[in-house]
Write a protein that binds this ligand. Structure first.
Ligand SMILES: Cc1ncc(COP(=O)(O)OP(=O)(O)O)c(N)n1
Ligand SMILES: Cc1ncsc1CCOP(=O)(O)O
Ligand SMILES: [Mg+2]
Length: 509
């Protein structure tokens, strides 16, 4: 569906930040941007010469035109020039939240201080912001200085970042993305933080080496606009967060000078290069230790698992009995998984032992889902684990035993998190809805798969979830190296024929 996002922000005559950046960044993500201009700033690459706020009656007329014709699922707010504008916009947002059938998501990039360090808003607006606007905000994206101005917390380390987030949550803000472009810890790195008040136990830290580039005008506006665009596409916030960071890294690398001063961040489309993505910071990684994050895994960290025989694993049935496993192997399957979810299943160990033996008999590669200790004990070809297993399983033991490790991922953030471990293959799911497993909120769709595959092209890749004969071809067409299926085989009237037809569909690619 065509997606509309509004941006309520200032115009930058220099074309690098504000409304101009917002439109370009959202366009990169296939969003149609409607604009409500709050100020006509006179600025260029050297600095801000004038703010020129627009009167609230003119803001009102722009909003009215849009309300009637193009309501948005996401509204991004940038520069508000004075207290009158803040109170007016807050009142309108309150109205939209209470009267619209689809309550819009409000993302606010508090453009108080520009990346150049210049003040873009009158100094005395902070109390009005806190009283009127901030309590209505779903996602706030302040930089270090804005965080300090708004919370009074001086960001000297991770616990101060958490304290600042807690202060924002107390005001009523639902989620925060605190941008660390101005910190310098660990030295030479740029670290960003994301947390939601609805899930205080989970925090997301992203980091990459600071890019030594001179042209960075408009990064804050563009970053928040990518988050707004991704939320309009109903991506989870953690995915929007990592894509925004990748977009900015990509844009900084390509940024050019226009004028004599600081040039604008470039707008280069959906990020497709893994090198532009930041690292998901795990507590026991170098950056996690530097940030003093609490360790969560009981086991030593491990990465770089044994390689699969091939980049293309082909048709990959996932079955729950030894009998189904044998049926598939008899019909020529070379990669297969035994997925027994009942940990108390009678003869679990015997079944795993038999599955491994059948793999040897038919010269096929048998993965065991979840039961990594038994997989190691009986020398399976590999183990398949989920994200929740990463801190629970003894990954070092799996690696030392030479077993392959397949990892499930649901979206961009989890994909980059999995990349930290350098597994043997990466699975993306669920591509379509499925009745085999509850995947509520985790359906990725074909369009995202088209982004996942080239990003992770160094790995064997697997698509899973709701794939049947009618969909196998379009999935294979994304370039994914393997298609994992449950019901397409186990619920077919003729499993041998189903395997043959699925093989034909996917082998044409
Ligand atoms: C090939 C493949 N991909 C994904 C999964 C799902 O694994 P996981 O996330 O561990 O969930 P459960 O299968 O344990 O419910 C899979 N099994 N195989
Ligand atoms: C185990 C699993 N993980 C993600 S979707 C899924 C089930 C896939 O089953 P089906 O092929 O029947 O949709
Ligand atoms: Mg599992």
């Amino acid at each position: 569906m065509n997606k509309v996002v509004w941006t309520i922000a200032g115009s930058d005559s220099g074309g690098g930040a504000g409304i101009q950046a917002d439109v370009k960044a959202m366009q990169s993500f296939g969003i149609h941007t409607c604009t409500v201009v709050t100020a006509l700033t006179a600025q260029n690459s050297m600095g801000v010469e004038a703010i020129n706020p627009v009167g609230v009656e003119i803001i009102a007329s722009q909003l009215k035109a849009l309300e009637q014709d193009m309501p948005a699922s996401v509204i991004k707010i940038g520069m508000l020039a004075n207290e009158e504008q803040i109170k007016f916009i807050a009142q309108r947002i309150q109205e939209y939240k209470t009267t619209w059938a689809c309550k819009p998501i409000i993302i606010y990039d508090p453009v108080v201080v520009a990346s150049s360090g210049e003040n873009l808003t009158e100094d005395d607006v902070i109390p009005a912001l806190k009283e009127h606007l901030l309590p209505l905000i779903d996602v706030l994206t302040p930089n270090t200085k804005e965080t300090q101005s708004l919370t009074g917390v001086y960001l000297i380390g991770p616990s101060a970042v958490r304290d600042a987030a807690t202060t924002f949550f107390k005001i009523g803000i639902k989620s925060v993305v605190i941008k660390g472009g101005h910190w310098d810890y660990p030295q030479g790195y740029c670290i960003d933080f994301c947390q939601s008040s609805a899930d205080l136990g989970t925090e997301y830290w992203l980091g990459n080496k600071t890019l030594p580039v001179p042209h960075s005008h408009g990064t804050g506006c563009s970053f928040a606009s990518v988050i707004a665009a991704c939320l309009a596409h109903e991506y989870p916030l953690k995915d929007a967060f990592i894509l925004a960071k990748a977009y900015i890294n990509q844009g900084l690398k390509a940024a050019k000078r226009f004028g004599q001063g600081i040039g604008p961040v470039a707008h280069c489309g959906f990020p497709e290069n893994k090198d532009d993505f930041p690292q998901v910071i795990e507590p026991d990684s170098f950056l996690g230790l530097e940030l003093d994050l609490d360790p969560v895994s009981a086991h030593p960290p491990a990465m770089e698992f044994a390689k699969c025989d091939s980049l293309k694993l082909g048709l990959y049935p996932v079955v729950d009995t030894v009998s189904w496993l044998e049926t598939c192997l008899v019909n020529g399957i070379k990669t297969i998984q035994l997925r027994i979810k009942d940990y108390l299943a009678p003869d679990l160990e015997t079944k795993i032992e038999q599955a491994v033996a059948l793999g040897h008999k038919y010269q096929a590669n048998v993965y065991i889902n979840d039961h990594w200790q038994l997989a190691i004990k009986h020398k399976a070809y590999g183990v398949h684990l989920g994200q929740e297993d990463l801190y629970l399983a003894d990954l070092a033991a799996i690696k030392m035993s030479g077993l392959r490790l397949g990892l499930s991922t649901h979206g961009f953030y989890e994909m980059l998190r999995a990349d930290n471990y350098k597994p043997s293959y990466l699975a993306f799911g669920a591509i379509y809805s499925t009745t085999t497993k509850d995947m509520t909120g985790q359906i990725q769709g074909l369009e995202k798969l088209k982004h996942f595959v080239p990003l992770m092209k160094s790995y064997p890749t697997v698509a899973i979830g709701g794939i049947d004969l009618s969909r196998a071809k379009e999935v294979a067409h994304t370039g994914v190296g393997s298609i994992a299926v449950v019901r397409a085989i186990t619920e077919s009237e003729d499993p041998a024929l189903a395997i043959e037809k699925l093989q034909t569909e996917i082998s044409c690619e």
